[in-house]
Design a protein around this ligand. Structure first.
Ligand code: SF4
Length: 149
């Protein structure tokens, strides 16, 4: 549960705005084909870890809770802790913005920032409304969000 004193705007609904941002991203129809190769989920191989704003972290944490988990457990291969043992994302519908825009080379590559800059600004604005402090690495951001629920 979000503590009201941490939120600059207590009326902000992170899930509604996050879903609206993700829906807008899907409407852009940029030529990418994610076929769930999960290459980007293996952080050591991909060379990057998704960074989440507070709203994204809360929304992803909601997906973790919906799957029946209360905490994140490290992946044995050092991959994303949300990558299932079956090799699929366990929170695909709730996955963060970075997972929706950092496509592997085989899927067409990363979205150019200029095509999504306005959506990043909306994520940052929501982060501020929610009393966030900017983007944080996925595991730390989602774990902190789970602790608050
Ligand atoms: S949240 Fe899902 S899509 Fe994103 S890196 Fe983790 S397993 Fe992959």
């Amino acid at each position: 549960m979000l503590t009201p004193n941490r939120m600059k705007n207590p009326k902000a609904d992170p899930h509604r705005e996050i879903k609206a941002i993700y829906a807008e991203l899907e409407r852009r129809l940029l030529p990418r084909q994610c076929v769930m190769r999960t290459g980007c989920c293996h952080f050591r191989i991909a060379g990057h870890t998704p960074l989440l704003t507070r709203g994204e972290a809360l929304h992803t944490a909601q997906g973790v809770r919906a799957s029946g988990r209360k905490i994140l457990k490290p992946h044995p291969d050092g991959a994303c802790p949300l990558l299932g043992r079956d090799g699929r994302c366990t929170v695909y519908a709730h996955r963060p913005f970075g997972c929706r825009t950092h496509f592997c080379a085989g899927a067409g590559g990363m979205y150019p920032r200029k095509h999504v800059a306005d959506l990043i600004q909306r994520l940052e604005a929501l982060d501020e409304q929610l009393g966030g402090h900017g983007s944080r690495p996925l595991e730390a951001a989602v774990s902190a969000a789970l602790d608050e629920m």
